[in-house]
Design a protein around this ligand. Structure first.
Ligand code: URA
Length: 145
């Protein structure tokens, strides 16, 4: 299960996560690690696009978290991967530092949690691609054990 922060404008219009440029990066990462989208579940903390592309507000996250909890309850994922700082800070820990902690693991109720850079961070800084690919390939290996 992959959890990101909020749909972008295109995702909001189409009702599907990661259909824009970030989605192209995500697909490349998955493909490079031998995974297809139909083998994973992708969702967002927020269910709507925050106006002006700003970070989600606390109240918005809290309003949407019950949906996310229900998705997790139905899916019972073995692995949760947070895409980016906003998701990692809401789901793993409030002081999560994506630069220092990406690729590290935490266990909670039979579920292994980790975080990687958000694909949009890779769009802004392509040098993050290789390190994120390494994190993803490690996640895939863990998923096979
Ligand atoms: N960014 C996100 O955080 N989620 C999406 O679905 C698309 C872009």
């Amino acid at each position: 299960m992959l959890i990101a922060e909020a749909p972008g404008e295109q995702e909001d219009r189409q009702g599907t996560p990661f259909v824009g440029r970030s989605g192209e990066i995500l697909d490349r990462l998955l493909q490079d690690c031998g995974l297809r989208r139909d083998e994973i579940y992708i969702t967002n903390i927020l269910k709507c696009h925050p106006p002006g592309n700003r970070d989600p507000q606390e109240g918005e996250k809290e309003a949407c978290v019950p949906y996310l909890k229900y998705e997790t309850y139905l899916l019972k994922p073995k692995i949760i991967v947070c895409l980016g700082r906003v998701a990692a800070q809401r789901i793993i820990s409030a002081d999560y530092k994506i630069t220092r902690q990406h690729g590290t693991w935490t266990c909670r109720k039979n579920c292994a949690l980790t975080a990687v850079y958000h694909p949009s961070a890779i769009l802004r800084d392509p040098s993050k691609y290789e390190i994120t690919k390494k994190d993803f390939c490690e996640i895939v290996k863990n998923g096979q054990n």
